[in-house]
Every structure is written in structure tokens, then in C-alpha cells.
Design a binder for this molecule. Structure first.
Ligand code: TXA
Ligand code: MG
Length: 337
């Protein structure tokens, strides 16, 4: 593990030029980076993560020139979004140019592209001169890594270098969007919210964001069809507006090996891991809290589901997948909108 400085920048670029993979910090989560244009390098990513081959990777770029080199059909709307949100946590889907190998894109004729905001990682892409494919640097299925220590826990011995850039400021992966005519469709919610995108064009949320796809249904974003982000412990998400109902549910469904992931510090004498009072804090701490529940030896995690407004939608989306869609709805309002 090396610190994100000038020396490690040289070393990381050297490895990447030799088709190796390097774990790098971004503002969302840590990424497992390799040359997007190099099929041997990309194959190493899939192997290290144990990732299904049909789950495409995001290519990370450092300027618009790199976008033009790999993407087709860049609309004026996409350019306006790039201007406003890049560098930052927005991934856009474009047509794939032939230079971009089909293996990087999970067999699709589209390519997902993002310009990350971490300055060290941006410099690395610039130094390499090619886009970096980078999925979250966790073992497939486990919670995404928001610290270099999380990456170490999953990838130690499997990859040649991990760069420590400190804790990720956002904590959930980027918003993934595609374009349907003049509309924006959100395939995976993130810090660039539906509300923000709605100022640029009509924005719809794909049905796979908030529920499980029927078996056999085709996911536009293949990553959304898997159980995901899960610790070893069983996760139950409790969706309710009522503090009382939540308390009652926890009291009658927990034992000594249960931990409560709630909004506050303490839970009537039960073990509690607060994951934040605001949606922003919850985004920052969700994955770390899920990993900590395992480290502390709990076998069941009861999580209070967050609000679905703003970045809360991203937290909700990750949480119901961590719970393998085991969501309990309580209260008179039924399923919260
Ligand atoms: O914040 C992020 O996006 C992080 C950091 C490292 O940049 N990366 C990340 O990558 O979350 P990954 O591989 O864990 O998730 C990529 C998501 C998956 O759900 C995948 O299915 C979707 O993006 N995706 C990638 N290419 C796609 C494409 N061509 N069409 C539709 N969905 C795509
Ligand atoms: Mg991931």
C-alpha cells in the first residue's frame, strides 16, 4: 500500500502500462483500475474481483478528448452534463467506438464513461494517456470499499499495488445514466441526484433501481441485477416513517448477535452502529458500517432504511441489495415513496 503522491504516481503508471491493475482512490469509492483498451489488463480485473463477464466496466477519463476517442453519439445534452458535473460522480452511457474492446463493456455496444474528481487519479489517467477501466475495488458481491484498508481486506495478495488516498468523501458509487431520446434515465442513483439532473432534461428512474427484476427480465445496467454490497451477516432493511414501529420491530427480532444500523448513537442497550443522520452522512458510512458489522462478529444487521430523496435514493438502492431485497415495510403509510 502506497500513499497517493508523486512517487506512487510514477510507479502506478508504470504498472498500468504493463497491463497490470492498481487500486486507486476516487471521490465515490475505491476503484480497481487497468487500461480500458487492453483486453489482457481488463481480464485481470474480472479475475481479481470474481466478476461475471457480462457486467461491463466504467472507463475513467481525464478530458473531453479522451471521451471523443472512445464514445460515439455524444449529444449536446451529454456535453452540458459533462460541463456541469465532470469531474464528479456522474457516469454516462454512449455508443462504443471500435477502439474500445467489447470485453471491457461486457459484450455491449455501449460504453460507460466518467471523469473522476480525485486529483491524484486524474493525474494518473493523464500520465497513462489511456482511459482506466475501474470497477469498485471489492470482491464481487461484498460492500464497496471506501478506504484503502477495505481494499486491502479484499485484494491483498491479488493485485500488485493499492494507493491510499484516504477516506472517500462521497461513499457511494457514481450515478449511472443513459439517454432515451431527449430524456435522461437513471440506471444507478448516486451523488448526482434525480433532482439535479431534472434541471437539464426530463429524468426518469429505471424500474430496477428500487425493486428486484423479475427473473428473466433484461437489465439495462447489468450490475443492478445481482445481489450486491452484502456483508456475511444477514441484512434486514426496515422501511418506516415511525420511530416507534422501528423500535418495536427491533426489540422483537433481535438477539445478542444482532446489530442495529440506525440514525442515532444508541439503541435501548442493543449494539448499535450509527450510519448518520443526514442522507449525505449515510452515503458516506453505509458500506463501512456493513463491513464493521462483520468485523465485530454480528450475524444479523437490522438497518433503518433512509429517506429516498436526493442522495438518499442511492443509499436506499444499495441497502436493499445488501439485504438481498429482504425489506420490511411498517406503518400505516405502507411503502414509503
Ligand atoms: O463510482 C463509481 O462509478 C465507481 C468508481 C471506482 O468510479 N465504479 C463503479 O464501477 O462503481 P462498478 O463496476 O462497480 O459499477 C459499474 C456499473 C455497473 O452497475 C454496470 O453494470 C454499469 O455501471 N455499467 C457499466 N457499463 C455499462 C453500460 N455500457 N451499460 C449499462 N450499464 C453499464
Ligand atoms: Mg461495484
Amino acid at each position: 500500500m502506497l500513499r497517493a503522491d508523486g512517487l506512487s504516481l510514477e510507479k502506478a503508471a508504470d504498472l498500468l502500462k504493463k497491463s497490470e491493475i492498481v487500486a486507486v482512490p476516487t471521490e465515490t469509492v475505491y476503484g480497481l483500475a487497468a487500461n480500458s483498451l487492453d483486453t489482457e489488463a481488463v481480464a485481470r480485473i474480472f479475475a481479481a474481483k470474481g466478476r461475471p463477464q457480462d457486467n461491463p466496466l466504467i472507463s475513467h477519463i481525464c478530458d473531453m478528448e479522451m471521451l471523443e476517442a472512445i464514445a460515439d453519439g455524444i449529444s449536446p445534452l451529454a456535453r452540458r452534463l459533462a460541463e456541469r458535473f465532470w469531474p464528479g460522480s456522474l457516469t454516462m452511457i454512449f455508443g462504443r467506438k471500435p477502439i474500445m474492446p467489447v470485453q471491457t463493456c461486457g459484450g455491449l455496444d455501449t460504453v460507460a464513461v466518467r471523469m473522476p474528481a480525485n486529483t491524484w487519479t486524474l493525474s494518473l489517467i493523464e500520465k497513462c494517456g489511456f482511459p482506466l477501466a475501474a470497477p469498485s475495488a471489492n470482491t464481487s458481491g461484498l460492500p464497496s470499499p471506501t478506504t484503502a484498508q477495505h481494499v486491502m481486506a479484499d485484494m491483498n495478495g491479488k493485485i500488485p499495488m493499492i494507493i491510499d488516498g484516504g477516506e472517500c468523501s462521497c461513499g457511494v458509487e457514481s450515478t449511472v445514466i443513459c439517454f432515451i431520446g431527449d430524456k435522461i434515465r437513471i440506471l444507478r442513483p448516486g451523488a448526482v441526484t434525480a433532482e439535479m439532473l431534472g434541471e437539464f432534461a426530463e429524468t426518469e428512474i429505471d424500474q430496477a433501481v428500487l425493486c428486484k427484476l423479475e427473473s428473466g427480465a433484461r437489465a439495462i445496467s447489468p450490475g443492478m441485477k445481482y445481489k450486491h454490497y452484502s456483508p456475511r451477516a444477514e441484512v434486514v432493511a426496515v422501511d418506516t416513517d415511525s420511530d416507534d414501529d422501528f423500535d418495536k420491530y427491533v426489540m422483537s427480532n433481535s438477539d445478542g448477535k444482532t446489530v442495529v444500523l440506525g440514525f442515532g448513537e444508541d439503541f435501548h442497550g442493543l449494539s448499535a452502529l450509527p450510519y448518520g443522520a443526514s442522507s449525505e452522512e449515510q452515503a458516506e458510512h453505509l458500506f463501512d458500517s456493513l463491513r464493521r458489522a462483520d468485523e465485530m462478529g454480528f450475524t444479523k444487521v437490522i438497518v433503518r432504511a433512509p429517506s429516498k430523496a436526493g442522495i438518499g435514493l442511492a443509499v436506499y438502492n444499495r441497502l436493499i441489495r445488501a439485504a438481498a431485497f429482504n425489506v420490511v415495510y411498517l406503518g400505516t403509510s405502507g411503502e414509503r415513496k
